[in-house]
Design a protein around this ligand. Structure first.
Ligand code: AHG
Ligand code: MN
Ligand code: MN
Length: 330
């Protein structure tokens, strides 16, 4: 028996029909991100050849600079989005000037924030990495977009997703109508629906944290780690948030990066990493917290803001919050 293959583009158009007043702009933006993802995927898959063709950050044989993969992904995404016509502004984790990029389409409705290649320390060892994106409707009504348009709370995202460059390339996204996952079939160059309406298990047995930082975590996080160890859980930590969260979404479990003594807000970025992944986790029935409050309600004050994060199966995140409250107080 054969069943119908649903491509990403087809799925985006189908779900647009369920959105009231949809004009097709969001669909078109998502399709452009899908296209950029395919190009990044192609580059990631040949990363091992870089050493043969010319090492990154030195000149190649024709005298051009061979770009580092994270910068290449950044430039690819910026140019796809800049020319999409559907977004007026872009902000990337890799741009450290703290200013969003304005596109020539200053009247367009949407703004996009992304982490072009999350887990970049894993690039040169062939371990899963990914792209994370968040889409908001602009708040300003006229003229060019402003910084304020980017500083919205995560709950106001209209869509979010990630692309995982793993054993296969997957794109997982939500437009707040559930979470769907697509696997890239390289033979036809299409993302095909492979994980329909993803639901995170209510509880799990895997905790994912950099346990080497144990002594620098607050007492509440330490207590939760002890709880995991004493409950017979297994620890898994890839070191690419997008891959650790993907596993958490599919298998259940908890991913967390608490604050540390030297970095009280931890390492992970609210706008590029925590908000989009929190929206996906919540849409799949999970929870995402900074230990005390819902990630999606945290007010954004600057583009590169960081936050502690605990996300995953609802029972596990709830337990972490309960212990943190008991031990660290409010
Ligand atoms: P990025 O590569 O975008 O800078 O992000 C890396 C992040 C995240 O993916 C991962 O969860 C975390 O860094 C790992 O940090 P530690 O090595 O401190 O555990
Ligand atoms: Mn990252
Ligand atoms: Mn990054």
């Amino acid at each position: 028996m054969t069943h119908k293959i649903i491509s990403l583009d087809e799925h985006i158009i189908q779900s647009q029909r369920n959105l009231p007043y949809a004009t097709g702009e969001l669909s078109s933006l998502l399709r452009d991100i899908g296209l950029a993802a395919k190009i990044v995927s192609r580059e990631v898959n040949k990363a091992g050849l870089v050493d043969i063709a010319g090492r990154a950050d030195v000149e190649n044989s024709s005298g051009d600079d061979v770009q580092k993969l994270d910068m290449l992904a950044n430039d690819l995404l910026i140019s796809c989005l800049r020319n999409s016509g559907e977004c007026c502004g872009i902000a990337s984790e890799e741009e450290d000037n703290f200013k969003p990029i304005k596109t020539p389409y200053k009247f367009a409705k949407y703004i996009v924030l992304f982490d072009p290649l999350d887990g970049s320390s894993n690039i040169d060892v062939n371990v899963s990495i990914g792209t994370i994106f968040a889409i908001y409707r602009r708040r300003s009504f006229e003229g060019e977009c402003t910084l304020d348009d980017f500083l919205q709370k995560g709950a106001d995202q209209v869509a979010a997703g990630y692309v995982l460059y793993g054993s296969s390339t997957m794109l997982v996204y939500t437009t707040k109508q559930g979470v769907n996952g697509f696997t890239l079939d390289p033979s036809i160059g299409e993302f095909c629906l492979s994980h329909e309406n993803i639901q995170i298990p209510k509880t799990g047995k895997i905790y994912s944290v950099n346990q080497a930082n144990f002594n620098n975590y607050p007492k509440g996080a330490q207590t939760y780690i002890m709880h995991c160890m004493n409950s017979g859980y297994t620890q898994r930590y890839i070191g690419s948030m997008v891959a650790d969260v993907h596993r958490t979404l599919i298998k259940g479990g908890i991913f967390f990066y608490p604050g540390t003594t030297s970095k009280p807000n931890g390492k992970l970025r609210l706008l590029y990493e925590c908000n989009p992944l929190a929206l996906l986790i919540e849409e799949a029935g999970g929870l995402a917290s900074d230990g005390k409050n819902r990630i999606l309600d945290i007010p954004a004050t600057k583009l590169h803001q960081k936050t502690p994060v605990f996300m995953g199966s609802p029972d596990m995140v709830h337990k972490a919050e309960t212990l943190i409250l008991e031990v660290d107080g409010v």
